[in-house]
Write a new protein. Structure first.
Length: 364
């Protein structure tokens, strides 16, 4: 097994516990060619009927005055924070220490846009308005990740989210939502996307996670803010000559997947509860706040990785995207994100498959 590429094994699997089914290049091209949008005029440097329609549709969904498409969220969020910092004349950005912006982007906001992070909150939970009250320095912006993926796709309560928004308004500090999974968060709050986004001055949403697009995102906010963001998009090299494959897949994913998230959220709750019946298995949070959650498994990381590849090669099933060592010896963390592929499993099949993985891992 050591000589076999895990990606090669995964490519031969036919069942996946998390997310959506993967597609080949040919399948992507065939799907886009079949889209009604394929007949639209080609977009050129972010101007074209399909990209404008997508921007307008998402702006309306989020209740924002304007929106701009960008090919990468890392760029979109740096731009948002840079614009707010320029307006407030403060380069300090309050953000969670486990946030994607701070943890997974190679310190881009500090190295490229010369912003300084002010870390707020504990690793295991999103920060609150009370945490912000403990800050004693001027801020250029506050950013909230909805949900906080690294803590287990956790969300603060609706009341707490409002409290954070009220705090930023009192302090005259712009509030930005990292809404990479905002679509997936709406069932927890029981509010429309516009009601959630109304709490923030700017919002970023992704097209390639739950929506299953090729990539890309939208940054939404006031019209003058978006006009400034477009200038920064050019500075960051993000105003591509043409981007129609991203636009077509984003639009198709928006229309196909958006109605499914309430069902995905409910299914995540069923799976988390059922996995709790396995000895030593803990789901976090339980019940899940979104369609994603963490699952803690009673086995060593390396042993689980080896067992996972063996089962995938033998049975054609891919259970987890990866395994992370925890501070507790003999306990490993993985993630489950409910999507189209998950729906093809019964709860009993999921419990049996995870139980078999643990058993095999502990025999290694």
């Amino acid at each position: 097994m050591a000589d076999i590429n895990p990606l090669e094994i995964r490519s031969k699997c036919t069942r996946f516990l998390s997310g959506h089914y993967s597609r080949t290049q040919r399948q992507w091209l065939e799907q886009m060619a079949a889209s009604p949008l394929a007949g639209d005029r080609l977009d050129v440097y972010s101007e074209g009927p399909a990209i404008q329609a997508l921007e307008q549709e998402v702006a309306e969904l989020l209740g924002k005055e304007a929106a701009v498409f960008m090919h990468k969220g890392v760029i979109a969020q740096q731009i948002a924070l840079r614009v707010w910092a320029d307006r407030t004349h403060h380069n300090t950005i309050a953000l969670h220490p486990q946030s994607h912006i701070d943890l997974d982007e190679a310190n881009a906001y500090e190295r490229l846009t010369r912003l300084a992070g002010v870390r707020v909150g504990k690793d295991h939970r999103p920060f609150t308005a009370a945490d912000l009250e403990n800050l004693h320095e001027p801020l250029g912006a506050v950013t909230v990740e909805l949900p906080l993926r690294r803590a287990g796709y956790k969300l603060v309560s609706w009341e707490e989210l409002n409290a954070i928004a009220e705090w930023t308004r009192r302090q005259n500090v712009p509030l930005h939502f990292d809404g990479a999974r905002l679509w997936e968060s709406a069932p927890f709050y029981g509010r429309t996307y516009a009601e959630i986004a109304a709490l923030a001055d700017s919002v970023y949403v992704s097209f390639y996670k739950g929506l299953g697009g090729l990539g890309g995102c939208i940054l939404a906010g006031p019209a003058d803010f978006i006009n400034e963001a477009k200038v920064w998009r050019t500075r960051f090299g993000g105003n591509l000559f043409t981007i129609f494959p991203y636009i077509i897949s984003a639009t198709e994913g928006l229309h196909a997947q958006l109605p499914k998230f309430a069902g995905f959220h409910a299914r995540a709750g069923e799976i988390a509860k059922a996995l709790g019946s396995l000895p030593g298995v803990v789901a976090v949070p339980d019940p899940p706040h979104t369609n994603g959650f963490q699952v803690y498994l009673p086995a060593e990381q390396a042993a689980l990785q080896k067992a996972h590849l063996e089962l995938a090669a033998r049975e054609g099933t891919w259970l987890f995207g990866g395994f992370e060592e925890t501070a507790v010896p003999g306990v490993t963390m993985a993630e489950i994100v409910v999507g189209d592929a998950t729906i093809d499993w019964t709860t009993a099949e999921i419990v049996a498959a995870v139980g078999k993985l643990i058993e095999l891992g502990n025999k290694a």
